[in-house]
Design a protein around this ligand. Structure first.
Ligand code: SAM
Length: 299
């Protein structure tokens, strides 16, 4: 296989393959990748899903894991993003029941199960509406990269001080910010907004990561100048996040329409015209501004 398209941004390179991502990983040099961030199709009826069967999900993940192991360097990481499989109202949490068992068999070590919550989505009527997905972060071995300082976020109350004990009166928070924790709220205005209809990053891909979600993983888990891969890259968000954070990228997409979206996003990035959520300040209602009001008949 040969890359379909290549992009250069200073010393950084992004290579995009057209076709099967697992084959693409298997053909890369062993140990050549520092971090894989990916969301495989999980067969829930999206446009790109070829079936709705859990068996097909298992087959695909079982096929992908050895290729990921081959391509990751010792100490490298894989972040697997999945949600629930839903069939006839019955839920199967794919991360815990399927992905984790297979990753453990392949001797990957689970470091975090990150809950990614968002405020919007379809409204269920026979159960509570689903508002989270998960990212399973595994390492290949124990000597792994984790740069917590690069991923710290601002404290909600940065001016807090110790109120008793020998440190009484001194600042209690880390001046570099706090550990973001393992629940990432993409619906909250101070964290990572989800990619919904009017989001600045929205493309025609039905299932896009917010770039900021991947950027947090990249800065914490991939050394500067390292290489990130995504074998199911969709609209190319992992590629965008890698280049924005000073890492190179290699990835594949099977659907030519989505591949074109990824190519356009990378062209825009290298030409300096790509916009991401951080470029757009969050607008809060001004004092006295009319915002939607509770209708009188609501309880
Ligand atoms: C959940 S989406 C990924 C979305 C991506 N994270 C983004 O931000 O746009 C999964 C993608 O995998 C692609 N795909 C499915 N099977 C594939 C395969 N064997 N090789 C490469 N891509 C595949 C689908 O077309 C789809 O775009």
């Amino acid at each position: 296989m040969k890359p379909h398209a290549g992009y250069q941004l200073g010393d950084l390179a992004a290579q995009l393959w057209a076709g099967d991502g697992v084959r693409c990983l298997a053909e890369m040099a062993p140990g050549s990748i520092d971090l894989v961030v990916t969301s495989p199709p999980y067969f829930v009826g999206k446009e790109y899903d070829t079936s709705t069967s859990i068996i097909d999900f298992c087959t695909e993940v079982r096929r992908a894991i050895p290729a990921v192991r081959h391509v990751l360097r010792p100490g490298g990481s894989i972040c697997f993003q999945v949600g629930n499989h839903v069939q006839k109202g019955s839920l199967t949490p794919l991360d815990a029941l399927i992905v984790h068992e297979m990753m453990r068999e392949s001797e990957f070590v689970l470091r975090n199960r990150i809950i990614w919550t968002f405020g919007h989505g379809s409204h269920a009527i026979k159960r509570f509406s689903g508002r989270h997905e998960t990212i399973l972060w595994y390492t290949k071995g124990n000597n792994y990269t984790f740069d917590l300082d690069a991923a710290r976020v601002r404290q909600r109350y940065p001016g807090k001080r110790h109120y008793k004990g020998p440190k009484k009166g001194t600042w209690s928070g880390n001046p570099l910010g706090k550990n973001p924790g393992d629940v990432w709220d993409v619906g909250e205005i101070w964290d990572i907004p989800n990619v919904k209809a009017n989001h600045i990053e929205k493309t025609d891909h039905p299932c896009q990561f917010p770039a900021a979600l991947v950027r947090r993983l990249v800065v914490a888990l991939c050394p500067e100048g390292g290489v990130v891969a995504d074998p199911y890259m969709g609209s190319g968000t992992t590629a965008v996040a890698a280049l924005l954070e000073g890492r190179s990228f290699a990835g594949a997409e099977m659907d030519p329409n989505y591949l074109s979206i990824a190519e356009e996003r990378l062209s825009a990035l290298v030409e300096g015209r790509l916009r991401t959520r951080e470029d757009v300040p969050i607008r809060l209602p001004r004092d006295g501004e009319a915002v939607s009001q509770r209708p009188p008949h609501f309880r």
